[in-house]
Structure formats: C-alpha cells, structure tokens
Design a protein around this ligand. Structure first.
Ligand code: ZN
Length: 138
C-alpha cells in the first residue's frame, strides 16, 4: 500500500485524537478536526493518491459509495437538513491536503457555524453516533 511518511491522511490511522468513523480495505472516513458544521466528515482512500486524476476508477467508485453512506448517516442521525459533498483538486481549487478526499458537510436550517477546532467531547460523541450508523467498530 503506497503511503507517504509526511502525508497527514496517510498517517491518520496512527494518530491519536483522530476520530475514525468508518474503515474498510480501501476507504477510511474520519471527522474533520476543523469542522465547518457538526458532523463534517472526510472520506479518503487508505492508499495515497494526490487528486481524483490519480485514483483508479474502481477505488473511486468505492469512495463515492462510502461518501454517500456517510452523507446518509449524518442526514439521519444528526438530523441535517441538507448535505454538501465537496472534493477539491489542486491548490487553485482550494485543496490543502494533497491526498484525495471528499468532504461531507451537513447543513442545518438556521444554523451558521464557522470553522472551529473540534472539541474532544463532541468528537467522541459524533464518532460513536456515526460509526454505529456505519456499522464500524471504532
Ligand atoms: Zn497520503
């Protein structure tokens, strides 16, 4: 499995304080530690691919299916009124971490929350709720 030593998403499984909500052979999903909203989750391949242009189609298919499942989980368990799915390729497009990932961003009517650091208590609570909904043992 291709992993980069200095890539934060290649190493997400080894870090403390990362809130993994789903993992299978190819795909991992974890809470964004600077969430835009409650339940903001990232879905990434476990292997390193910089953008959508490098990832093989079969892995991309798995990624988008998990992305849909995560979006459905936040919609149902967190009662989100809407869910935005975003994927950035290249610095000019707003990509900050150069390891392919999809953002699943829940929206709640009337709630405007800016980006902030995820607090431990909320992180653990969301990890429990979402991993349970995704049948993943965190
Ligand atoms: Zn990586």
């Amino acid at each position: 499995m291709r992993k980069l030593e200095d890539c934060v998403f290649c190493n997400v499984e080894n870090l403390d304080g990362e809130y993994i909500v789903y993992r299978d052979e190819d795909v991992i999903a974890f809470l964004d530690i600077y969430p835009v909203s409650r339940g903001h989750t990232l879905v990434a391949p476990r292997k390193h691919y910089e953008t959508i242009f490098e990832v093989p189609d079969n892995v991309l298919c798995k990624l988008i299916v998990v992305t849909k499942r995560v979006a459905d989980a936040v919609r149902k368990t967190l009662k989100a009124d809407g869910v935005r799915i975003v994927q950035n390729n290249g610095r000019a497009a707003g990509q900050v971490i150069f390891h392919l990932h999809f953002h699943v961003i829940p929206f709640y009517e009337g709630v405007h929350s800016g980006r902030r650091r995820l607090e431990e208590q909320e992180g653990l609570e969301l990890q429990r709720i979402l991993s349970e909904a995704l049948n993943y043992e965190a």
